[in-house]
Design a protein around this ligand. Structure first.
Ligand SMILES: [Zn+2]
Length: 250
């Protein structure tokens, strides 16, 4: 396989012929009408028959560091993209050191400075205060990137907003800052809310090209045990893993 040939495609759940209902709208959990939840998939994976290639992405929102996940990634040499916030970096120096010790496995990307959803107009979504204005969205993205550069010496190239939901106007604004939008195609843990057996099953059922999202900041929740089990299952099935920084954006 040629990793550098692997590309990603994104499309939006809302918009044009691809309009699909947001699952969160269907569950009635938040006023997400008019907002976008970008989907991201790998294309041109060149996976052999009966094999699959996936990208693992784990969010480190505010919170802690889940060694059940991190230790499994290290044990099996599974590469993963970690979306970190400036808040998480400040609160988890030992977790950061753990990630920095294995640059062959972990790449840090931008989850914002303060975990403020890139949504215009104020209000809250999933309990998170929205950035509210274009200037605040820019500050969230750029200050998050600066925190990663300060911590790692490397400038991130991908941004995933808090809650992974965006105002439509925020997408071109963020892309103009030079970032790819870190969407996903498979939610493993639904915000670290699912029981371990469900999480593991979701990961085992991943399809070729999936960009999988999970959370590495909730070590006390049951979901993390499921992600660790899912990682072992993916590894044992011969799944190949790519990080987002290895990809070509199309
Ligand atoms: Zn988050």
């Amino acid at each position: 396989m040629c990793d550098v040939c692997t590309t990603v495609s994104r499309r939006f759940f809302c918009g044009g012929a691809l309009t699909l209902p947001l699952s969160r709208i269907a569950r009635g959990q938040a006023p997400t009408a008019g907002l976008l939840e970008p989907q991201l998939r790998l294309t041109n994976t060149n996976s052999p028959p009966n094999s699959r290639t996936v990208a693992l992405t784990f969010d480190a929102c505010p919170g802690h560091f889940d060694h059940r996940i991190a230790d499994t990634l290290v044990r099996y040499n599974i590469p993963a993209t970690i979306f970190v916030t400036g808040l998480w970096l400040r609160g988890n120096p030992q977790g950061l050191a753990y990630l920095l010790a294995r640059p062959d496995i972990f790449t840090l990307e931008n989850h914002g400075a303060q975990h403020l959803p890139p949504i215009l107009g104020g209000g809250k979504i999933f309990g998170l205060t929205s950035a509210g204005t274009p200037a605040a969205i820019r500050a969230e993205v750029q200050n998050g990137a600066a925190a990663i550069t300060a911590a790692t010496g490397r400038a991130p190239g991908w941004y995933r907003g808090a809650a992974a939901i965006y105002s439509p106007q925020a997408i071109p604004l963020i892309e103009a800052l030079g970032f790819g939008i870190g969407g996903y195609s498979l939610s493993a843990d639904a915000g670290a809310s699912l029981p371990h057996n469900v999480v593991a099953q979701r990961m085992e059922n991943a399809r070729d090209g999936d960009v999988i999202i999970g959370h590495i900041n909730q070590p006390k929740r049951d979901s993390g045990a499921g992600i660790a089990a899912g990682l072992v299952a993916l590894h044992n099935s011969g799944t190949r893993f790519v990080r987002l920084n290895e990809l070509t954006r199309t």
